[in-house]
Design a protein around this ligand. Structure first.
Ligand SMILES: Nc1ncnc2c1ncn2[C@@H]1O[C@H](COP(=O)(O)OP(=O)(O)OP(=O)(O)O)[C@@H](O)[C@H]1O
Length: 262
């Protein structure tokens, strides 16, 4: 307990609620030390940015948090419990949803089918389980309208949607099902200016609904616009954390490149 204020002082993170905490997380792939003693925290109801150059370890850290990799050492605590995820399903059950860069949507399925992929609502008829299409369609409409997502009818096939609309469907899926933390890996990397603005609105809406959001971004202007907290990774280490309101894009770039020491 006594260590908390010290950590807070070093990182610019004010003390207060912590939803997720990584403590000395390390992971190697053979000789590659992808993560070295990474420690950071995330607060509920905030957008936290994770930045760093290519190969800095951002995706690997996110994969540890979301149950894809298991750290070699260190601990990850989520919502007051030390985690021991063996799969992304374990993380999902705990309330951590991840929107990966490939979005993991099925082109030939509809919006509602994608929203309920692998979590179909099943109606029991005696010993038989039947997919409850009506319940899923109606819940999908609720999910889409709750986030005011700009997608056509939930019966539209994903292959007919634009890049921004697909991103919106993936975010909507992550926001539903009572998740507490939504992780997004470069959510606007492939989008134009207007679609980026729409997705950013959606990210704000998620936060306003009480989700914590962890966003990987190479776009420093976006990081400054969206986040309340920034963590910087370099060569597998977390080299600094700043409250966004108390830093500048220049300082973050300096931490990323190493021009500013950690
Ligand atoms: N499955 C893997 N097997 C072997 N090496 C890996 C694996 N995943 C990541 N690495 C290595 O770990 C290091 C960190 O990679 P990671 O993808 O986490 O970086 P990143 O910060 O997300 O980079 P980018 O911004 O390019 O996505 C790199 O040296 C990468 O080559």
């Amino acid at each position: 307990m006594t260590e908390q204020p010290q950590v807070a002082e070093q990182t610019g993170q004010p003390s207060g609620d912590v939803l997720l905490s990584c403590d000395d997380v390390s992971l190697s792939f053979g000789n590659v030390r992808a993560l070295v003693d990474v420690s950071l925290t995330l607060r509920p109801g905030e957008i936290t940015a994770l930045v760093g150059d290519n190969g800095a370890g951002k995706s690997t850290l996110v994969r540890c948090i979301s149950g894809i990799h298991r750290p070699d050492s260190g601990t990850i605590t989520f919502d007051g419990r030390r985690t021991d995820f063996h799969s992304p399903e374990d993380a999902r059950e705990a309330g951590i949803e991840t929107v990966h860069q490939n979005l993991a949507l099925v082109e030939d399925l509809t919006v509602w089918q994608n929203l309920f992929l692998n979590r179909e609502i099943v109606r029991r008829l005696g010993p038989v389980g039947l997919l409850d299409r009506r319940a899923m369609q109606s819940r999908a409409r609720e999910m889409v309208s709750a986030l005011a997502v700009n997608v056509p009818a939930v019966g539209s096939r994903v292959r007919r949607l634009s890049g921004g609309q697909r991103q919106a469907v993936a975010i909507c899926r992550a926001a539903g099902f009572s998740s507490k933390l939504v992780i997004m890996d470069e959510p606007t990397a492939a989008l134009g200016v207007q679609e980026t603005a729409r997705v950013e609105e959606l990210v704000f809406r998620l936060r306003d609904e009480g989700h914590a959001v962890l966003i990987i971004s190479h776009n420093f202007a976006q990081v400054m616009r969206l986040s309340q907290q920034v963590w910087v990774m370099r060569a597998g280490r977390c080299v600094g954390g700043r409250r966004t309101a108390e830093t500048t894009g220049e300082e973050i770039v300096g931490l990323v490149t190493g021009a500013i020491g950690s």
